[in-house]
Design a protein around this ligand. Sequence first.
Ligand SMILES: [Fe+2]
Length: 201
Amino acid sequence: MAPSVPSSSVASVLGSPVAVNPAVAAFPKLAKLIAYLDGLRGRVDLATLDALLRDSHVSIDDLRPAISFGTRGYRRNTICRSEHYELLALCWRSGHCTPIHDHRGVSCAFRVIHGEGTEIRFSMSPSGLVIPQRAISMRPGYVCSADEPDIHQVVNAQAPENDLVTMHIYSPPIQHMNTFRPTEPCERLAVYGADDEGISI
Ligand SMILES: [Fe+2]
């Protein structure tokens, strides 16, 4: 069984005079999660992110204020953030996909909220080029947590008219990432403002 959100940490946040994050008014189902995240004073480890997301039983309707789709690629919609984390809803039309990327320097996990996603995992070959290893179907409720060296790509491979919504936590907020192409060496890309389209992990 997945561990639950540490209740003592949540209680210490809720019991202190810390102001309630205004995002709670728009996302009341996320109140416990946001209270925990706002109590962070540093980077959170991947196992904790995984547990937090497994405990986050939310629907697309619970995230409605953050549901916005892009046209050129998937869109990152910020729910709330601090210097230690960002909580996002990513909205993907059919065919939208991330670059192939790793997770150096950031704890990163997400939960599938609506639709079915596909995770394509890669390995690094001795040549320095990445090689696809397997594809995993991710239905609603699936939690994907990627370790720092893990290389993958997330895709909405569903037929047209079938959207994908995922909820992501990054700690700390992502600034840069290493991206890969199957026939080219590693490249380091900046991750732009919170709601830009097309670049995210
Ligand atoms: Fe990723």
